[in-house]
Write a protein that binds this ligand. Structure first.
Ligand code: FES
Ligand code: FES
Length: 159
């Protein structure tokens, strides 16, 4: 008999009632049960950042979070950022600055960037680079990623 636990999460603004095994990660719940495959599985060990999502407004590696430990979480994935055809400013900046090549790391980079900007601790290229260091990019798009994030930080400072 499989032991499952009922959870009621809010994912991208919608209530999702699910039943998961205690060892199901948030990443697997999103990808396998909710078909939100924008969130990527890279290392599955907390070392690459490809699985980054926002939980209660904070960026986390969803491969390290057991879903049962977040029973009432507000989760935002890459699928939750755009408003119809209107991209989130960070998404638009990534496009403008060509901040990706293969795109595999990009959903995690964008989620992490949104979390980083909300934290308010990054004001320079060095700080952006340091605070985004948990998100690896095998294509080496780091410079363009930093350009995109810095643009949004500047835009928000001027707003
Ligand atoms: Fe989660 Fe790599 S897949 S950190
Ligand atoms: Fe290819 Fe980052 S764009 S891994």
């Amino acid at each position: 008999m499989t032991c499952e636990v009922a959870l009621s999460l809010t994912v991208n603004g919608a209530t999702r009632n699910v039943s998961v095994t205690p060892w199901t990660t948030l990443l697997d719940l999103l990808r396998e049960d909710l078909d939100l495959t924008g969130t990527k599985k890279g290392c599955d060990h907390g070392q690459c950042g490809a699985c980054t999502v926002l939980v209660d407004g904070k960026r986390i590696n969803s491969c390290l979070a057991l879903a049962v430990t977040r029973p009432d979480a507000q989760v935002v994935t890459i699928e939750g950022f755009a408003d119809g055809d209107m991209l989130h400013p960070v998404q638009a900046a990534f496009l403008q600055h060509d901040a990706f090549q293969c795109g595999y790391c990009t959903p995690g980079q964008i989620c992490s960037a949104v979390g980083l900007i909300a934290e308010g601790h990054a004001h320079s290229r060095e700080e952006v680079t340091e605070l985004m260091s948990g998100n690896l990019c095998r294509c080496g798009a780091y410079s363009n990623i930093a350009d995109a994030i810095l643009q949004v930080i500047d835009e928000e400072a001027q707003a």
